[in-house]
Design a binder for this molecule. Structure first.
Ligand code: PEP
Ligand code: MN
Length: 271
């Protein structure tokens, strides 16, 4: 294959054999929705109900997480909220997705998580990836804003090394010189990865733009490009979100988005 991949292949063998050989275990469309941070029992129940009735499959919610600025709020870490999160997801038959920051906190998170999220800042935390590769969980791996396709797939290769976890990749935008967005969603990453690997790629246009008004069009663009799912931040009152307030959408907008996602999926079926 010409271009990007060739430049980086030192030696005769591809660097990510497992990624190339991967055969997906389940092929259902993935819809991860929920607040950036879990803020209260009331908030998470309300959101879980709203997103489940609009067709979400997974409930997200920051509990253990990290962001760019240490003094910002990233959710109130309490065991009660972990329990409330798991309970709300269970009531509405959603799978839980919880970010894990390091191998050390994994044991705490595991009982509450059907799926684990590796945030973009941990994409190359190889001890964490190695540990996760031995769990029997679905692991959502976010691309670091500066990572090349090879670095991203190299990290996915770590996840496959232990032979136990089910990897899913998330495209969540690049650091560029653009000033109209916080991060710039790299839509081309989706079909480019699909040409190499069958590991599903989810589009995250919330972090991939940082702008509420761009979440719908860019999510649809990702779906049109062949994304295997979407990640959206949904909050009852988006502008009051404890974290990532600029990119959250409300439940009504999420419902509209889900309708449009269905239309785009129908339109590209068979292409
Ligand atoms: C998040 O999903 O809320 C998050 C912090 O994502 P990222 O790691 O992509 O910044
Ligand atoms: Mn967020």
């Amino acid at each position: 294959m010409a271009g990007f991949a060739d430049k980086r292949q030192w030696g005769p063998t591809p660097r990510y054999d497992r990624v190339r050989a991967y055969e997906p275990k389940q092929k259902d469309f993935i819809v991860i929705a929920g607040p950036c941070s879990v803020e209260s029992e009331t908030q998470i129940n309300y959101v879980a109900n709203a997103v489940a009735s609009a067709g979400a499959t997974h409930l997200r919610g920051g509990l253990f997480r990290a962001g760019t600025y240490p003094n910002d709020n990233y959710g109130i870490v309490s065991q009660d909220l972990f329990k409330a999160f798991k309970y709300a997801a269970g009531v509405y038959q959603l799978k839980t997705v919880i970010e894990v920051l390091d191998a050390h906190s994994l044991d705490f998170v595991l009982p509450y998580a059907d799926c684990l999220q590796v945030g973009c800042r941990q994409m190359q935390n190889y001890s964490l990836l190695t540990r996760l590769s031995r769990t029997n969980k679905t692991v959502f791996l976010k691309r670091s804003p500066g990572a090349t396709i090879d670095e991203f797939l190299g990290s996915a290769e770590y996840l496959l090394k232990g032979g136990a976890c089910t990897p899913v990749l998330i495209e969540r935008g690049s650091a560029t010189q653009a000033t109209h967005v916080r991060w710039d969603l790299s839509i081309s990453m989706i079909p480019a990865i699909k040409s190499i690997s069958q590991i599903p790629v989810v589009v995250d246009a919330a972090h991939g733009t940082g702008r509420r008004d761009l979440v719908v069009p860019m999510t649809l663009a990702g779906v049109a490009a062949g994304a295997a799912g979407i990640l959206v931040e949904v909050h009852p009152k988006p502008e009051l979100s404890l974290s990532d307030a600029d990119q959250a959408i409300d439940p009504n907008k999420f419902k509209e988005l889900m309708f449009s996602v269905g239309q785009v999926r129908n339109a590209i079926r068979g292409i």
